[in-house]
Design a protein around this ligand. Structure first.
Ligand code: GLP
Length: 239
């Protein structure tokens, strides 16, 4: 695991964008996209490079990490809508190349299996962008998730539902989700985790210095062949 310390969120975004850009410029990249606040500075920097430095995404395919169960793709809080708003709609990545698990289907287990297979059929993810939850989750793999899990239906932890309630006007966060599993995420050729802020410091410490344990799902990245963790000073403060 390579840990890179940066002096600000903007700096984190630039270092992360450098790694993503290498894959995009190499051609036909498959990107793994995360939602949440953490990758915002990375997406802003990639959008800037698209506009000012002709970084093109027209032959890129992208898979998101997770989705809330019960929300249609065009729901304003679905992760499909979120990733379009935060990144995809601002670059030339064709919408048909954006894959997200579909949360409003009747058979969620079948959808999870289909999605996992689609990632494999695309040749796997080249670079998976990740944030980390305050409880150490990646994607929606909450503590006690199997370290070899595949894309599947999960129940959201109470803390995660409380953390994300601010995004829902009625405060009603779905109870279930679809998420790539830790085994799926581990297959990405590069795992690129960005974290900012003091509320992530304990989870970052457990991920980097703690034992590999399902109690901190992100610690599975210690076993990854190329995991890069990029931190601001607050997120790195307990290392
Ligand atoms: C969310 C997402 C994760 C994200 C994490 C942290 O619930 N499912 O993919 O990395 O929690 O979110 P944030 O970056 O907003 O702190």
């Amino acid at each position: 695991m390579q840990v890179i310390l940066c002096d600000s969120a903007e700096h984190v975004g630039k270092r992360a964008a450098d790694i993503v850009e290498d894959y995009v410029r190499a051609g036909s990249a498959v990107l793994g996209l995360a939602t949440g606040g953490s990758p915002s500075s990375t997406y802003r920097e990639l959008i800037r490079r698209h506009r000012e430095e002709s970084l093109g995404f027209s032959d890129v395919r992208a898979f998101t990490l997770d989705e809330y169960a019960g929300l249609a793709p065009d729901h304003e809080q679905s992760y499909h809508t979120t990733i379009r708003r935060e990144f995809v709609d601002h670059v030339d990545l064709p919408l048909e190349n954006l894959m997200t698990p579909q949360g409003d289907v009747s058979d969620l287990a079948a959808e999870a299996e289909r999605y996992d297979a689609a990632i494999g059929a695309a040749g796997g993810v080249d670079v998976q962008i990740l944030g980390i939850g305050a409880n150490g989750h990646i994607g929606f793999n909450e503590p006690t998730s199997s370290l070899s899990s595949r894309t599947r239906v999960k129940t959201l932890a109470g803390t995660t539902r409380r953390d994300n309630a601010r995004f829902f006007s009625d405060g009603e966060v779905p109870r279930l989700c679809l998420t790539q599993g830790l085994g799926t995420i581990r297959e990405a050729r590069t795992a690129l985790l960005v974290a900012m802020g003091a509320n992530k410091a304990e989870a970052v410490r457990a991920m980097v210095e703690g034992p590999v344990s399902a109690h901190c799902p992100a610690s599975v990245l210690q076993l990854h062949r190329r995991a890069v963790v990029i931190l601001d000073p607050d997120a790195a403060s307990l290392l």
